[in-house]
Design a protein around this ligand. Structure first.
Ligand code: PGA
Length: 251
């Protein structure tokens, strides 16, 4: 299955999120793409009322790894589940930049799986790392830290290859870059899981300045099974075009 995941970051008010969700959910259901909306924490519950009973999924942009307790400012997996959240973005580069480490991401990943939240784990190199020729090393490190010795039983996992230099810059990677990254990621995953699990339960998608004109090439030539979309997901019309392009529909 191919995914179109909207990451609305901290860009919208509750009113804006609800309006955009209504527009997307109404249209998105017609196509074969699995659409997931990730509003900010304060909009999750209301957006959840719109996605409830629909094919469109609801995702959070983060979760804390502890189940409950004295953790000021954090949000638990249990609370996310209660309001209908099914997916969670983990290790986004904007959070890594603020100090989130591979170890923290691993703990969050374990908690997400324990609570049946499908994780969307973000990995990707910075421009300096790419220039130094370290793409392989960085992806191997991030994948191994997240997945080595992890028990996933029959759970699904989404991995978003998001080169940091492509996020929010209007300068997307090339499908050849994502093809190379997907091969590195899958080889590293093969050290953690049997091939059958990788094939059936793990999906790799692309993120970083995605728009409706380029995304089809990432699916066709770039080894990707969908997209994590920031800026372009804030425009309902454009995001619907992305959903269609991911479903293989020309427009
Ligand atoms: P962008 O963001 O599409 O605006 O580059 C992608 C992301 O941060 O997931």
């Amino acid at each position: 299955m191919n995914y179109a995941i909207a990451n609305w970051k901290m860009e919208l008010t509750l009113e804006g999120s609800v309006k955009l969700a209504r527009k997307i959910v109404r249209e998105a259901e017609k196509f074969g793409t699995k659409t997931i909306l990730c509003p900010s924490f304060t909009s999750l519950e209301e957006v959840g009322k719109i996605t409830k009973g629909k094919k469109t999924g609801l995702g959070a942009q983060d979760v804390f790894w502890k189940k409950e307790g004295a953790f000021t400012g954090e949000v638990s997996a249990k609370e996310l589940k209660r309001i209908g959240v099914k997916y969670v973005i983990l290790g986004h580069s904007e959070r890594r930049k603020l100090g989130e480490t591979d170890e923290i991401i691993r703990q969050k990943l374990e908690t997400a799986l324990q609570f049946n939240l499908t994780p969307i784990v973000c990995v990707g190199e910075t421009w300096e790392e790419r220039k130094k020729g370290s793409v392989k090393k960085i992806l191997q490190k991030q994948i191994s830290a997240a997945f080595k010795n992890l028990k996933i039983s029959d759970k699904k996992i989404i991995i978003a290859y998001e080169p940091v230099w492509a996020i929010g810059t209007g300068r997307p990677a090339h499908p050849e870059d994502s093809k190379e990254a997907s091969e590195i990621i899958k080889k590293e995953l093969a050290k953690c899981f049997p091939g059958k699990i990788i094939k059936k339960q793990i999906t790799v998608i692309y993120g970083g300045s995605v728009n409706s004109k380029i995304i089809a090439d990432f699916i066709k030539d770039g080894g990707m099974s969908g997209a994590l979309v920031g800026g372009a997901s804030l425009n309902g019309k454009e995001f619907l075009k992305i959903i269609k392009a991911i479903a293989g529909i020309r427009f």
